[in-house]
Design a protein around this ligand. Structure first.
Ligand code: C5P
Length: 237
């Protein structure tokens, strides 16, 4: 597999074409960003840690029957993935209150949400990723009714697999964001990444924050804590 030109440079990953028109390479960089790119820092080893973490989680999801974009690790910081036509919305599930939900509704942080809350956000940095609902997605043609239903069902299926995985390793999966795309056969496939950059994880006993909130809130030991999460799951980095 040969890496070709850059297709897209995001805030933390760069996507490259390959010599196979159905495959791309995702390069996980050390860049860490928060607040729509207002705070950006280079964190040593983060690209490697997130690349390997993402591969580990996506493999677990594949084993549970969820189709993902990931094909193989190709280097410490790069993965080979299927090319998808990405749907421009973010799917968020919340098991405990935190982050923008707390700010938006004025609820206390750490309240158990039963049932878990599902939210859609439009991927648009300039507009600060506004919250949207099914009607916006349908009216503007970002996805079909069936694709919306599949994204919701798959996001909740991921919740049941990963809540149990993190629970067994002494962590609470507070919330997370997923992105989906459509493959060449028209199937909805999980794309982008699942890493501590895109979810909230708390230690079950102490509620220590073990995710990107350490960076957002200046708590320090960001990559060291991501490595601790990986090690608790049995992945040595
Ligand atoms: O900020 P908010 O509370 O809405 O985030 C919910 C979850 O989605 C968090 O785990 C956060 O890390 C993730 N997220 C993300 N990328 C975004 C927005 C949210 O990974 N652009």
């Amino acid at each position: 597999m040969e890496k070709r030109d850059e297709l897209y440079r995001g805030k933390a990953k760069t996507v490259y074409y390959t010599d196979d028109s159905d495959k791309l390479i995702l390069h996980f960089r050390n860049d860490t960003s928060a607040f729509d790119g207002e705070k950006i820092e280079q964190l040593d080893r983060k690209g490697e840690v997130n690349n390997k973490f993402n591969h580990f989680i996506m493999t677990k999801l594949e084993e549970a029957g969820i189709a993902t974009q990931v094909e193989a690790l190709v280097s410490d910081t790069e993965s080979l993935v299927k090319k998808l036509d990405m749907i421009p919305v973010e799917c968020v599930v919340r098991n405990l209150s935190a982050g923008s939900l707390v700010r938006r509704l004025g609820v206390e942080e750490g309240k158990e949400l039963s049932p878990p809350i599902f939210e859609f956000f439009l991927k648009n940095d300039a507009l600060h990723d506004p919250m949207v609902n099914d009607y916006h997605i349908l009216s503007f043609g970002w996805a079909t009714e069936s694709q919306i239903a599949q994204m919701k069902a798959l996001t909740f299926k991921v919740n049941s697999v990963l809540k149990a995985l993190f629970d067994e390793a002494g962590m609470l999966l507070v919330d997370y964001k997923l992105e989906f795309g459509v493959d060449k056969d028209g199937n909805i496939v999980l794309g982008d990444e699942f890493t501590p950059d895109g979810c909230r994880l708390w230690d079950k006993e102490t509620r220590k924050k073990m995710d990107k909130d350490r960076f957002r809130q200046g708590l320090g030991s960001v990559v060291e804590t991501y490595i601790e999460v990986a090690e608790r799951l049995g992945l040595s980095l």
